[in-house]
Design a protein around this ligand. Structure first.
Ligand SMILES: Cc1cc2nc3c(=O)[nH]c(=O)nc-3n(C[C@H](O)[C@H](O)[C@H](O)COP(=O)(O)OP(=O)(O)OC[C@H]3O[C@@H](n4cnc5c(N)ncnc54)[C@H](O)[C@@H]3O)c2cc1C
Length: 386
């Protein structure tokens, strides 16, 4: 599958594969059990340049693109998804909006530290009353002309990377006015961590992604300078739709990694575990299950790489990104279920990586657009608008 990658991308894949195997695999289970954010691993990922992969060198990035990011995410998620989602959210949701829509001053202020992984960024779109219907945002931002500041009020929920010791900013979407026909004008505004009135709740207790940081955020008369507006006033909705289209490719690469990790673990276990006097992998029932798992991981990889290649080439990629996200998250859940079955009772024990993969798989059908939302997007691209 590497045959059509450049030598640089092949090298990147090998480097991240080694890092995941040598550094993440031995430690991550304990972080996960303790529900602890793995600062040490994230710092190392920063040193490797992973947080800067798709950004220009002039801002401290590696000068790569979404294909490079996807390759790194896939290799990380083959071993662990908490670490992979920390990178995905840090890059696609934290830094990418600033790179795509920021002023030169905003880019100079934030991107070098975000690319180095010294600071994490977060993206606050989802609210307690709705995530899929993102246009229904209730958070408001009013421009106080006497001080030239935005005054933000509202609540965001389920926000990744928003409360770590190294979180530097959250970009929040907020209603900044109404159009003549009463529709909300949504804008994106950068809120630095520690701004008075900006409260970060304790981490959620989650089913999976337990070494990743997810919080509820509240904003009570939070004041930030008018120049913290990201992009144009009223363009926030269009901006985040584009950011989410790209992010789906990254999540799809992550889901593919989890699906492949389930194959890796199952092949190993099927050779080691004996029942009825022979390895369980000698049974055709187990072999066929693993063959199907490999087929699904391989096809998911083709799907995300196709969407990423289109994005990199400047071609339309909305439908392909939704297809890739829908397919790869479905097969990640399938493979996690089958890998757990192959591991028998041990698959239900948290010390086995497949147990972690099982717990981490379900969110892939929900985050950054549910499977239903992907189907809506695909149908719309096929001209089936409701
Ligand atoms: C661990 C985690 C991390 C997250 N990180 C972030 C983050 O960093 N930033 C952020 O902004 N958000 C984040 N989210 C939020 C996530 O993107 C949302 O949970 C997701 O988009 C779904 O929104 P919701 O939970 O409000 O579900 P809802 O929108 O309430 O949907 C509930 C159900 O109804 C279905 N549904 C809704 N509308 C329709 C329809 N028209 N037709 C058919 N079915 C429909 C949905 O598919 C879903 O199954 C995170 C969530 C989790 C759990």
């Amino acid at each position: 599958m590497d045959h059509n990658l450049s030598a640089e991308l092949r090298e990147l894949r090998r480097t991240v594969e080694e890092f995941a195997h040598d550094v993440i695999a031995p430690k991550i289970g304990e972080y996960y059990e303790r529900h602890e954010f793995p600062y040490e691993i994230v710092r190392e990922m920063g040193r490797m340049g992973l947080f800067g992969l798709p950004f220009p060198e002039e801002y401290g990035g590696m000068g790569g693109d979404y294909l490079a990011l996807g390759i790194a995410l896939e290799e990380l998620a083959r071993v662990d998804s908490s670490v992979a989602i920390t990178l995905e959210a840090g890059v696609s949701l934290g830094a990418m909006p600033i790179h795509c829509y920021g002023t030169e001053a905003q880019k100079r202020e934030w991107l070098p530290r975000l690319c180095a992984g010294e600071v994490l960024g977060a993206f606050g779109l989802t609210e307690p009353d709705g995530g899929s219907d993102a246009g229904a945002t209730r958070t408001t931002a009013r421009l106080d002309e006497s001080t030239n500041e935005w005054v933000i009020n509202g609540t965001k929920c389920f926000i990744t990377n928003s409360g770590t010791d190294i979180t530097g900013l959250v970009t929040v979407t907020a209603v900044t006015g109404r159009t003549a026909d009463g529709k909300p004008r949504i804008s994106s505004i950068i809120v630095p961590s520690g701004t008075p009135g900006f409260t970060v709740a304790a981490p959620y207790s989650k089913v999976g992604w337990n070494a990743s940081d997810t919080r509820e955020l509240s904003f009570s008369d939070v004041r930030v300078p008018a120049e913290n507006l990201l992009g144009k006033e009223g363009r926030g909705y269009a901006q985040f739709l584009r950011i989410l289209d790209e992010g789906r490719i990254a999540i799809s690469a992550l889901a593919t990694g989890l699906a492949q990790g389930c194959v890796d673990e199952s092949v190993r276990y099927a050779k080691e575990r004996h029942a009825f006097g022979r390895p369980i992998g000698a049974n055709q029932a187990i072999q066929f299950k693993i063959a199907d798992m490999e087929m699904k991981a391989h096809t998911a990889r083709l799907a995300w790489r196709d969407a990423a290649s289109r994005l990199v080439a400047g071609e339309p990629f909305k439908k392909e990104a939704a297809l890739a996200k829908l397919y790869s998250s479905t097969v990640a859940v399938d493979n996690a279920r089958d890998a757990t079955q192959i591991h028998g009772g041990y698959g239900f024990m948290n010390e086995y990586p497949v147990a972690r993969m099982w717990r981490d798989s379900k969110i892939l059908e929900i985050g950054e657009g549910t499977s239903e939302v992907q189907r809506m997007l695909i149908a719309r691209e096929l001209g089936l608008a409701s």
